[in-house]
Write a new protein. Structure first.
Length: 243
């Protein structure tokens, strides 16, 4: 059965957020960030890749390395959907939205979302992922790299400390905060994707089973800092810890 995707709201809503929130002001970026689109055939599937591309960064070797890594990570996200080699036929992956949620001197965070549809049944589902790049080290940070104590962040989320950033209107009227996180299990290394704004940490949360799509929720990053891996220099900086 074809389901309705809410990711189309991402572009319209995410970019409206302020960039100097929570009293943390990060240095401006001296590089450009855009999104590449590339069409490939992979394992019998039609894939439209969309991934961030840095240009004009001071370290050209780092720039080249992170751009190649961004492409590889975007492709890996499709593989993780578990549909790439399904026996009932091919699938078409179509990202429709790509949003920069944070861009500063040595870090960027983006959210990318779209649809995956069966070439046989025509059924459609949504997918979304985030990419968080520390340009100072030339590395991408996963949720596992960012989160030091998921139980603590989960408790903040369930207690309503996170506020909805984008997605369905009044989502928490339809689903509880706890039900929004029910599919994420830290004991199995399954975390919600994370993203960043200036002064905020975000969760990119799947809204199944009631709805099909994703929504973003953010929290004051300083209030959440004790649950974040601030031993990482990039995370310390985003949390407003100078040094």
């Amino acid at each position: 059965m074809k389901r309705i995707c809410c990711i189309a709201l991402l572009c319209a809503v995410v970019i409206l957020g302020g960039c100097s929130a929570e009293g943390i002001v990060l240095p401006d970026a001296a590089y450009s960030l855009s999104f590449a689109e590339e069409y490939i055939a992979l394992d019998g599937n039609n894939v439209k890749l969309m991934y961030p591309v840095v240009s004009g960064y001071a370290n050209t070797e780092t720039e080249e390395a992170v751009n190649l890594a961004a492409r590889a990570l975007a492709l890996d996200m499709y593989r993780r959907e578990g549909l790439m080699a399904d026996s009932d036929g091919g699938y078409t992956y179509t990202p429709t939205d790509a949003v920069v949620t944070l861009q500063c001197d040595t870090f960027y965070s983006v959210c990318i979302g779209g649809t995956v549809s069966s070439d046989v049944s025509g059924g459609t589902e949504c997918f979304a992922f985030s990419l968080n790049c520390d340009l100072s080290s030339g590395t991408f940070l996963s949720a596992e790299d960012v989160i030091a104590n998921y139980a603590g962040l989960r408790k903040m989320f369930i207690r309503g400390k996170f506020t909805q950033d984008f997605g369905y209107d009044n989502l928490v009227e339809h689903m509880t905060e706890e039900s929004l996180l029910q599919q994420y299990k830290a004991e199995y290394d399954i975390y919600p994707p994370v993203y960043f704004r200036e002064g905020k940490l975000g969760f990119l949360v799947e809204t199944v089973p009631l709805l099909d799509g994703y929504a973003g929720f953010t929290v004051n990053i300083r209030k959440a800092a004790k649950y974040i891996n601030t031993q990482n220099a990039a995370m310390a900086k985003l949390c407003g810890m100078n040094g």
